[in-house]
Structures are given as structure tokens and as C-alpha cells.
Design a protein around this ligand. Structure first.
Ligand code: SF4
Ligand code: SF4
Length: 453
């Protein structure tokens, strides 16, 4: 059979068969890795995306045969460890994804390998599991008095050096502070407004606030609320929400993903069926409900209902504008905005909606950078990966620092630095070494600012 080079059809995604008999079979996973790695060896398109591919190609090139048969199987784990499941290789580069007969899904193969690894246990399991318990960490760290101590320790050099030695969190990696009052507890109640559905947008919004906004930066949630109120869109904050499960997915801890999904899905599906658009201010959480959970539970009606209702805030606002229902009475220009598109938003295939929205604000020039920052959730703070995370982000740090003269910009340094993923925003701030200090603002905060708040 002649196999066409690359596929011309839109990529499709197979469900993740994580409850199937073969999923945790290490030998069969190795066989699939060997097949896929060999195709990648012949292709090498993804060499600049992350460190998984350079590691794979080095293993092949430095081996005795220069081919896959020269790479010992135990070395495959080095490729797996470098993948942080950004999904960019699948969604933006690979011509061999289904429906192409080669049926290649590099990220989900890495996920399978991570799941096997997690079941077997690794020396860093305690650290990895602790970092991924985002809600439990938030609950503990935001107890009054504890919160000040935790925040002070995360900025203290001696404590950080000790933390690196004892638990493997890199001493120089940016770590978030914890807020004294969570978003869920401090969010203003929506005014009783009429629901105006548009052709493309639901007229009422349920905010799934996310662990990060709830425990670490509630201000982003408050800014989202201001934008909704300004546009007369009634909203509620989803109650008793659990973590979306992305930090657990990235570890391959699929049982924990299921536990969290079982808590979230009934609540969110009820809201979806009541006609709410469900909005999350962090793209990784949106992606979890739009893609990974529905693929893990393809026959679950709740997962499919939530998938259909879940929306990125800027996708919603741009569509609301198309519906003629978004105000554009901006009071303040934003100046030179260096804007980074987070990978987990890029792979949602909704286009550059944040850029489109920010460009509607007068006296605003947006410099858009579409490349991985290297932060990748908890991956970039780990001792063994932080330096690679900074290296991956270097082109982003450079491009964010030089605001071009194009698109109405004046050139020079940016006035604000923004990423849809606020963790990436802070990682970029660190990488820009002083050029972005005090300039990081989430795009939702920028939109609220533009409306005059
Ligand atoms: S999913 Fe992202 S991190 Fe993983 S191999 Fe692909 S590009 Fe690299
Ligand atoms: S994932 Fe696809 S595009 Fe990337 S190196 Fe492998 S075969 Fe090539």
C-alpha cells in the first residue's frame, strides 16, 4: 500500500482507552513507542518544540546504529519525562495524526507511558503528588497566619534552597503566593439581570474559577466579574468545585483524574443543561473539560454536555461581539501589550481570540508571541526540569521584550506583559530578567482596565 505523506484531512482524536486491557501493558507500550519514535526519527519536524524530541534524536544519533534499534528501551523514559503534554506537536505540527493511517498521537502515547510509570512509582512520586494536589495545598496554605508564613518562605532564599534539597522544587523557580481570601468566598454576587442569549453565545455564565484563581490570584476572577457586569451578563460562581485534574493528568495519575471528574461533572453538567456558558480563566482547565475528560469518558453524557458548554472567556467575548451584545465603550488604551498565547489555548483551535479582543481597544498595540514558554504547569518548577524550562522559554522572553513598531506600536519595551496562562506570565516575567517587573497582567485584567476599572 502506498501511504500518502501527511494528511490533508482535519485531525481527529481517538478516545483514551485507559480502562482497556492493554493500556497498562508495559511491553505493548514500549512497542508502540518504538514504532512512533521511528516515524519521528524520519521526520524530525518537532525538534524545536520541547525537549522530548531533541532527547529522542540524541539517543538515536548517539547510539551504535544511528537508528531506533540502537536505543535501549529503558532510555525511552528519558523522552517521556521531558514531555509535559502541551499537545502542540499533535495539534500544530504532526501530519501523521488520525485519520492518517500511521495513526500517530505522540502526547497521548506519552500520557500512557506516564500512567504506567505512575503506577510503578518513581523516586519523585511524593514531590510530584504533593505539587499536583492544588486544592488541598490551597486549603492548607490559605489558613490565616499559615498564609503569611507560606508566602514568606516561598520568597526566602534559605528556605528555598532547603526546599530544593528536601522536596525537589527548584530554588529559583517562580512560585505563586496564596491569597488571604479565596475568589469563591469573596466574589461579588451578580445583579439580577435579564438573560439575553445571542446566536453564538449563551446569555448567562457559570464561572469555574480554577484552583489558581481561587487560591492564588482571585483578582483575575474579580476582573472577569467586572467585565461580565459591565456587559450586563448575569453570572454565578460554580460552588464546591474540585480541581479540573490537569496536574494529575500530567503525572499520569488517571485514577485521581477520574475521582475529580466524578465530583465536577454532575455539578457542571447540570449548569450546562440549564443553558449556562461555563467559563474558566485558565486555558489548561478549559482544555481538560473540552478535550481530555471527554476523551477519557467518551460515553459519559455529563462529560459531553460539559464539553459543549465550556468556553474560553475571550472566545466568548469575541462571539458576544459578533452577536452585537458586547460593549466597546473602552475608557483606557493599554499601550504596548506583549501577549503570549498559552499552548493549552492554542490547541483548543479557537483562533487568536484574546488578541482579537485586545486589538479592539483603542491606543493598544498587541505583539503576539505564539510559542511555548516552557513553564508547563508544575513541570517547570521541578529541580530537574527548571533550567530546561527556562531554555525552552528563551525565544519567548526575547520576543516579549522587543515590542515591534508594526500594528500601531511605537517599538521599544512593552507596557504590559500578558499570557492567557498566568503561571506562564510569571515564568516569562522571570525569564525577561527585570524587563517585565510589575508589568504582568492577565488579559482579563487588561480588559477590565480598558473598560475603566
Ligand atoms: S505534547 Fe508538547 S511537550 Fe509533549 S512531546 Fe508534544 S510538544 Fe513536546
Ligand atoms: S510528532 Fe509527528 S511531526 Fe512531530 S516529529 Fe513525530 S512524526 Fe514528525
Amino acid at each position: 500500500m502506498t501511504v500518502r505523506e501527511g494528511s490533508l484531512e482535519a485531525p481527529t482524536r481517538h478516545p483514551i482507552d485507559w480502562k482497556g486491557d492493554d493500556f497498562y501493558n508495559e511491553e505493548s507500550c514500549f512497542k508502540e513507542m518504538e514504532r512512533v519514535f521511528d516515524i519521528c526519527h524520519g521526520c524530525r519536524r518537532c525538534v524545536s518544540l520541547c525537549n522530548s524530541f531533541p532527547r529522542l534524536f540524541d539517543l538515536i544519533d548517539e547510539g551504535p546504529t544511528g537508528e531506533m534499534d540502537g536505543v535501549p528501551k529503558e532510555k525511552y523514559w528519558e523522552v517521556v519525562d521531558q514531555c509535559y503534554l502541551c499537545d502542540v506537536c499533535y495539534m500544530t505540527k504532526c501530519p501523521y495524526v488520525p485519520p492518517h493511517p500511521w495513526n500517530l498521537d505522540f502526547p497521548h502515547l506519552m500520557l500512557r507511558a506516564k500512567a504506567i510509570q505512575f503506577k510503578k512509582g518513581t523516586p519523585t512520586k511524593f514531590r510530584d503528588t504533593t505539587l499536583s494536589n492544588t486544592a488541598a495545598n490551597g486549603k492548607l496554605a490559605s489558613i490565616p497566619i499559615v498564609v503569611q508564613t507560606v508566602n514568606a518562605l516561598s520568597k526566602n532564599k534559605t528556605a528555598r534552597a532547603l526546599g530544593e534539597k528536601m522536596i525537589g522544587v527548584h530554588k529559583d523557580a517562580w512560585l505563586p503566593s496564596f491569597a488571604g481570601k479565596t475568589f469563591e468566598k469573596s466574589a461579588a454576587k451578580s445583579a439580577a439581570l435579564p438573560v439575553k442569549d445571542g446566536a453564538k453565545t449563551a446569555g448567562k455564565v457559570a464561572i469555574y474559577s480554577t484552583c489558581y484563581v481561587n487560591w492564588n490570584e482571585p483578582g483575575i476572577g474579580h476582573d472577569l466579574v467586572k467585565v461580565l457586569e459591565h456587559n450586563q451578563i448575569p453570572y454565578i460562581v460554580v460552588e464546591k468545585q474540585a480541581c479540573c485534574g490537569m496536574p494529575k493528568l500530567e503525572l499520569g495519575d488517571l485514577e485521581s483524574v477520574e475521582q475529580l471528574a466524578r465530583q465536577n461533572l454532575p455539578v457542571l453538567a447540570k449548569l450546562a443543561r440549564e443553558g449556562y456558558a461555563i467559563m474558566t480563566p485558565i486555558p489548561s482547565c478549559t482544555l481538560m473539560f473540552k478535550q481530555e475528560i471527554p476523551l477519557m469518558f467518551p460515553n459519559d453524557a455529563d462529560a459531553q454536555a460539559v464539553k459543549a458548554a465550556m468556553v474560553d472567556p475571550f472566545e466568548y467575548f469575541v462571539n458576544r461581539h459578533k452577536d452585537g451584545l458586547l460593549k466597546t465603550d473602552f475608557k483606557q488604551g493599554l499601550g504596548n501589550v506583549s501577549y503570549h498565547i498559552a499552548c493549552h489555548l492554542r490547541v483548543q483551535n479557537v483562533g487568536q481570540k484574546t488578541r482579537e479582543m485586545l486589538e479592539m481597544v483603542p491606543d493598544t498595540a498587541v505583539n503576539t508571541v505564539e510559542r511555548c514558554s516552557g513553564h508547563a504547569g508544575t513541570w517547570g518548577v521541578k529541580k530537574e526540569f527548571h533550567e530546561i524550562a527556562m531554555k525552552i522559554g528563551r525565544p519567548v522572553f526575547r520576543q516579549m521584550a522587543e515590542h515591534p513598531k508594526a500594528n500601531g506600536g511605537q517599538g521599544g519595551e512593552p507596557d504590559v506583559v500578558a499570557s492567557d496562562c498566568q503561571l506562564a506570565g510569571h515564568h516569562i516575567e522571570q525569564g525577561m530578567a527585570g524587563k517585565a517587573d510589575g508589568k504582568v497582567a492577565h488579559p482579563l485584567s487588561l480588559l477590565a482596565r480598558a473598560y475603566g476599572y
